[in-house]
Design a protein around this ligand. Structure first.
Ligand SMILES: [Fe+2]
Ligand SMILES: [Fe+2]
Length: 241
């Protein structure tokens, strides 16, 4: 089902509650009453079309109008990606950590198993932070400055100063796959650990990890399929300035 501008925002959440994440990351607060998507977007200074393309692509994995995404301001995309990092690092990861800690009692007899999961996840968080910090501190500011330079028709002083020898290819070389390890963690839990005493707790941890994996793969898709090709086009344009 295609999500359209005249649909009520509240109905959108009933249709697909996972879109709550999109609404939050695009910067729209709750409390929609009977308002349509278009009305809510306008009230919050969000481009309705941008909201629709993102929502549709998260709702339906086959919907991905890459070219349409290229038309939107790079900064909108960067803000969305930044908020996703924040949500993952500040909320999702601590929730999973807490759930892992909750397993200590159940896995008491096999301390090694508990240590195995805990160490694996601790190492994963470390890598995830490095990955996201590089994007937040280097890649995204570069994209924003590139965008500003193109808009002004001349390179901004900040662009000249900080990014004159930077390009997106440098980021691509280190842009590793951050979902892969989440898949490994799922496998350790599903395949190799002894059956837990409290299945409910264990499943709830697994659900969280599945959700994190989906979130990270949607996120990486936006970076790899939209942000990077868009920046490559922008880099071609800036050469002519
Ligand atoms: Fe990212
Ligand atoms: Fe990334």
């Amino acid at each position: 089902m295609l999500i359209t501008a005249d649909m009520k925002m509240a109905d959108l959440i009933h249709l697909d509650f996972q879109l709550l994440a999109v609404i939050q990351r695009i910067g729209i607060p709750l409390g929609f009453r009977e308002k349509t998507i278009d009305e809510v977007c306008k009230e919050n200074n969000v481009n309705t079309d941008f909201f629709l393309q993102i929502s549709n692509s998260f709702h339906d994995k086959d919907f991905f109008p890459k070219e349409r995404f290229f038309e939107f301001k790079a900064e909108w995309l960067v803000n969305f990606l930044r908020r996703t990092h924040q949500c993952i690092l500040e909320h999702k990861i601590p929730e999973i950590e807490l759930k892992i800690e909750g397993l200590v009692e159940d896995l008491k007899a096999t301390t090694r198993n508990y240590e195995l999961i805990k160490n694996f996840f601790t190492e994963y968080i470390r890598e995830l932070k490095i990955h996201m910090e590089l994007e937040d501190n280097k890649v995204f500011p570069y994209v924003v400055e590139l965008d500003k330079s193109l808009e002004a028709n001349k390179k901004t002083p900040k662009f000249e100063e900080s990014f004159s020898d930077y390009n997106i290819q440098k980021y691509l070389e280190d842009h590793n796959d951050i979902e892969e390890k989440v898949f490994d963690l799922k496998n350790i839990l599903i395949k190799y650990l002894p059956p837990p005493m409290d299945n409910c707790k264990y499943n709830s941890l697994l659900f969280e990890i599945f959700r994190l994996e989906k979130d990270l793969s949607d996120h990486a898709k936006l970076e790899d399929k939209v942000l990077i090709p868009k920046v490559k086009l922008m880099e071609r344009e800036i050469k002519n300035l």
